[in-house]
Design a protein around this ligand. Structure first.
Ligand code: IPD
Length: 263
């Protein structure tokens, strides 16, 4: 079995190799294109970051599989698969707005085992390995222990398809009056890091991709949180994260009632 600490440290050193360049290029002149819709952006910096990360991981561990957001894929022979978002929160990145990150997760036999999320602008480094806890800049972190949904600060995000956005906005009309407040920061990976360190009390979003989730899931679980889908089962693209006791069951009931009403 691979050493999870070594995998975590490789993810960290790899993310550190691209973060300074992303901090330098954010908000600058970028070659920008769209993907699944006119709001779904990709830049030359996403592609540069992805290529660099994939190269470094492959160099260090040539037998591992790699899957990246912008299409880079390596089929390896080991039981490790890296799942990479070279820039999560690309819209923030394009505008020079804080809230983008580099997200590198590693799965062992298909199960999330390592997660690293780096915030190039704030300089925050979130890292976790299964069974070894979660840290922010080397210091242990814990999810918030809030149990009262009406006093909870929630983070959420919106997909790129107009119809999904409409339903997500309709859901917020019901949710907002029942919670302390909502944050839409624009980067799912950092939203998950925010749950892990208690900077928000919970996060939910429908329709996330594997690279949005891979690293954040390990961080949250290792920080004492729970991650599931709307039915309380293992998360697919539908993602709910909070402390396991109190807040989670109340939040799931609210999200289910809203989902049934808005789909
Ligand atoms: C997106 C961001 C955004 C979330 C979207 C993601 P990208 O990732 O994380 O916050 O709401 O669902 O697709 O496209 O910036 O890498």
């Amino acid at each position: 079995m691979p050493d999870l600490i070594a995998l975590r440290d490789l993810a960290l050193s790899t993310a550190r190799r691209v973060a300074p360049e992303l901090a330098r290029r954010t908000g600058g002149l970028l070659d920008t294109a769209t993907k699944s819709s006119s709001t779904d952006l990709v830049t030359d910096a996403d592609l540069w970051s992805e290529q660099k990360i994939a190269e470094l991981l492959h160099e260090a561990r040539p037998n591992d599989s790699i899957q990246c957001e912008e299409g880079t894929a390596v089929t390896g022979t080991s039981d490790v698969r890296w799942v990479v978002d070279p820039i999560d929160g690309t819209t923030n990145f394009v505008y020079g707005h804080p809230g983008f990150s580099v997200s590198i997760g590693a799965e062992l036999d298909g199960e999330p085992a390592v997660g690293v999320i780096l915030d190039p602008l704030l300089g925050d480094e979130f890292a976790a390995a299964l069974g070894h806890g979660a840290t922010r800049n080397g210091q242990p972190i814990r999810v918030s222990q809030t149990t009262d949904l009406s006093a909870a600060l929630l983070a959420t995000g919106f997909g790129y398809q107009p119809e999904r956005r409409r339903r997500q906005a309709e859901g917020l009309v019901e949710i907002l009056p029942r919670v302390r407040d909502i944050r839409r920061m624009g980067g799912a990976a950092l939203d998950m890091a925010s749950v892990a360190c208690g900077r928000v009390d919970a996060f939910f979003e429908k329709g996330l991709a594997p690279w949005d989730i891979a690293a954040g899931k390990v961080l949250i679980v290792e920080a004492g949180g729970r991650v599931c889908d709307l039915s309380g089962g293992p998360t697919t693209g539908d993602f709910v994260a909070a402390a396991p006791k109190g807040l989670m069951s109340e939040l799931l009931s609210l999200l289910r009632s809203v989902d049934a009403a808005s789909v």
